[in-house]
Write a protein that binds this ligand. Structure first.
Ligand code: SF4
Length: 236
């Protein structure tokens, strides 16, 4: 039966054990992101329309999920920015109907969209770009901090399992920024926080691996963050 849900899949991963804790998931990378983070690994997903014919229609994705029941147990909606998609709620419901648990990766763009899907989400990963004063630079010129904060508050109020994580690009973040951000998240009541090592993207000729490593290796910072959250790790 044709599926008429307005959702654009830029790419998909049929099998992942790293995108949803303790689950074997398929990941749908949804096309389109409003932001332009300088450290973006998925720049091809930024435009609201992909170039050429997409590899995956939502119908094809659902058929794939139907066949993989019993092998996979979860589906993650990632991006791009999933909360941009008009059909996200319908897509989540269609996948949930197949018996999958649902994960969401988001930067917290559009809390009004998050509030609609939140009752059907089983786990979320919220990307926190940096401290308030740097948010504009870290999202490529957007005043996005208050939307992220509202989304964070919604996740906290919902009681669902979620993590916060920050990509540590030394071009835009310092150790002091990460102290400030960690303090902000601790005071909010966040339980799980991860620092992710930045691996210089192709266009970035200015950063070295040692600068990336140094930012996530500061002993005082790591000790502070380890004590501030129930779960904290550096992901390399
Ligand atoms: S929010 Fe994510 S997908 Fe969008 S530009 Fe930033 S890193 Fe890329």
């Amino acid at each position: 039966m044709p599926v008429n849900i307005e959702i654009l899949i830029g790419d998909a991963t049929p099998f992942s054990i790293v995108d949803f804790p303790d689950h074997i998931a398929a990941v749908a990378f949804l096309q389109g992101c409003p932001w332009r983070c300088p450290f973006c690994y998925n720049a091809s997903l930024q435009p609201v329309k992909s170039e050429g014919q997409p590899m995956w229609t939502f119908e094809k994705f659902l058929n794939f999920l139907q066949r993989r029941k019993g092998v996979l147990d979860a589906v993650v909606f990632s991006g791009g920015e999933p909360l941009m998609q008009k059909g996200l709620l319908d897509a989540v419901l269609a996948v949930k109907d197949l018996g999958y648990v649902i994960g969401l990766h988001t930067g917290g763009y559009r809390p009004d969209a998050l509030i609609k899907v939140l009752p059907y989400i089983d786990w979320a990963g919220l990307d926190i770009k940096g401290p308030k004063a740097k948010y504009k630079a870290l999202t490529g010129g957007f005043d996005a901090f208050s939307d992220m904060e509202k989304s964070l508050d919604l996740l906290l109020q919902s009681g669902i399992h979620f993590e916060c994580r920050t990509t540590c690009d030394p071009r835009g973040l310092t150790v002091d920024d990460l102290f400030e951000l960690g303090t902000f998240l601790k005071n909010k009541g966040v339980k799980e926080y991860y620092l992710q090592k930045y691996r210089p993207i192709e266009d970035d000729k200015t950063t070295s691996d040692s600068a990336c490593e140094s930012l996530i290796s500061d002993e005082k910072l790591i000790s502070f963050l380890s004590g501030a959250f129930e779960k904290f790790e550096v992901r390399r």
